[in-house]
Design a protein around this ligand. Structure first.
Ligand code: ADP
Length: 263
């Protein structure tokens, strides 16, 4: 890790907008949605980077199939990995000798590591840097967001969550950081049955729309429980998903681009 910590502080990157993806808790699909946000922006013709700030559970390299790539120190800073479609990726996992090693660090070190990923990595010119935040709305998440000036927040929840609570927490966080909420993605909204081609709302009718309307927060997408998504994620080919689920892909692209344009 010394090689990261010893870098000079340099401002060499031109990043137009930073979008951070947050959730109320772990395991709701935050990293998956981060992957889909980055893919969607890339498909729309933008230059995109992904900063994996979910330091204790970094899963971004695997989603994009770059977990075997090596990053190295150049004269200008630390190089990134690059996905098949050209998305630049930085994650602590790319720096560990063994990607399965657990990372047991305390908040302040996590925060400064993430800041170095922002400052000391050779991102070059990017239209968007998408950040996969640590899960939840704890101090670690707040530290990360205070160190990097984020332009917009995407919130991820699932129908089982107390969505009102998650929305309230994200509003508090967004206000503290003076960062607008781009919108919310409801993950695992429904299950699409192969046999009857119908949407099954396993967790009952979602309350998300009512809650979001009350706060004027856009619903960016309802992402189904989908085994194709799981296989693509496992195979490191998440970038193919919007094209395999065109209904989701097209509507997410439309919503995301129009909301991000307002930032
Ligand atoms: P988080 O970043 O919130 O911890 P992940 O994105 O890592 O969550 O997702 C947790 C697990 O759930 C992963 O195995 C992922 O493949 C799976 N998953 C996420 N979203 C879906 C979905 N829509 N359908 C099926 N499985 C999903």
């Amino acid at each position: 890790m010394d090689q990261v910590v010893n870098f000079d502080f340099r401002k060499k990157n031109k990043i137009k907008k930073i979008i951070a993806v947050m959730s109320g808790k772990g395991g709701v699909g935050k990293s998956t949605v981060t992957g889909l946000v980055a893919t969607t922006l890339k498909n729309a013709g933008h230059s995109v980077g992904v900063l994996d700030a979910d330091i204790t559970g970094p899963s971004i390299p695997k989603l994009f199939g770059v977990n075997k790539q090596k990053v190295f120190q150049t004269e200008d800073g630390l190089s990134t990995a690059e996905s098949v479609t050209g998305i630049k990726i930085m994650s602590l996992n790319l720096l560990l000798d063994n990607e399965d090693d657990p990372v047991i660090w305390r908040g302040p070190i996590l925060g400064s590591t993430v800041q170095q990923f922002h400052d000391d990595v050779v991102w070059g010119d990017l239209d968007y840097l998408v950040i996969d935040l640590p899960p939840g709305t704890s101090d670690v998440t707040l530290t990360v967001m205070q160190q990097i000036k984020v332009d917009g927040l995407v919130v991820v929840s699932t129908p089982q969550d107390l969505v009102q609570l998650i929305v309230n927490k994200s509003i508090v966080m967004a206000n503290k950081l003076e960062t607008p909420i781009v919108g919310l993605v409801e993950n695992m909204s429904y299950f699409m049955c192969d046999k009857c081609d119908e949407k099954h709302y396993l967790f009952g009718e979602s309350k998300v729309k009512q809650v979001l309307d009350k706060h004027d927060i856009p619903l960016l997408a309802e992402l189904p429980i989908d085994k194709t998504l799981v296989s693509l994620a496992d195979e490191g080919r998440i970038e193919l998903y919007p094209k395999t689920n065109l209904e989701f892909g097209a509507s997410f692209e439309r919503m995301l681009l129009s909301e991000i344009d307002k930032l």
